[in-house]
Design a protein around this ligand. Structure first.
Ligand code: 5GP
Length: 180
């Protein structure tokens, strides 16, 4: 039987490491946003596992929304961000926390932040599971991030390669032959 982990060259972050760190970051966000009733805006699809774990550690009143964008094809960004699913509710005066799987070139989150700013929220902050600072092209940073990762294409815990590997419960690097 073929298993999803047969295509993984090595594990970068184990499920336990992710679990511990996501709890730490979730508790910090809960402290920082006490009495602010923030709106967590998950960026689909990559955020789904991270968002589900993170939100369970944030024990304050809050709301959850999702947006969907596309900019990636295979392992490289097309550079052009397209909104596929927008927010329905009014965010004027609200505290927004964008939840993204990975901050890579920064093009997606930079675009989204500017896109939402026009609706005059009280604040916008960014939480990412992973950060690849070496690849940054746009002037954007995460207010909360769990892990810095090296410049390698990673999959698992929600992150895909051509829509596969999202169900892997940890973060890994694919075997080179998977790309060819
Ligand atoms: P950015 O616009 O910052 O370059 O990239 C944002 C999006 O690109 C992420 O939300 C993610 O979907 C995708 N991405 C960037 N780097 C990786 C990676 O190493 N692995 C996977 N699976 N997706 C990535």
């Amino acid at each position: 039987m073929r298993r999803v982990e047969d295509d993984i060259a090595y594990t970068l972050l184990t499920h336990d490491e992710i679990y511990d760190k996501v709890h730490e970051v979730g508790r910090k966000i809960a402290e920082d946003y006490r009495d602010k009733n923030p709106v967590f805006v998950g960026v689909l699809k990559g955020c789904f596992m991270f968002m589900a774990d993170l939100i369970r550690c944030v024990d304050i009143p809050c709301e959850i929304e999702f947006m969907a964008v596309s900019s990636y094809s295979g392992t490289s960004s097309t550079g052009a961000v397209r909104i596929q699913k927008d927010l329905k509710g009014d965010i004027n005066g609200r505290h927004i926390i964008l939840v993204e799987d990975i901050l890579d070139s920064g093009i997606t989150l930079n675009y989204l932040k500017n896109y939402l700013k026009v609706r005059e929220p009280a604040s916008i902050s960014i939480v990412t599971l992973l950060d690849k600072p070496a690849r940054r092209q746009a002037p954007v940073y995460s207010d909360y991030h769990c892990f810095e990762v090296p410049d390698a294409f990673v999959v698992g815990y929600g992150l895909d390669y051509n829509e596969r590997y999202r169900n892997l419960p940890y973060i890994g690097v694919l075997k080179p032959e998977v790309y060819s």
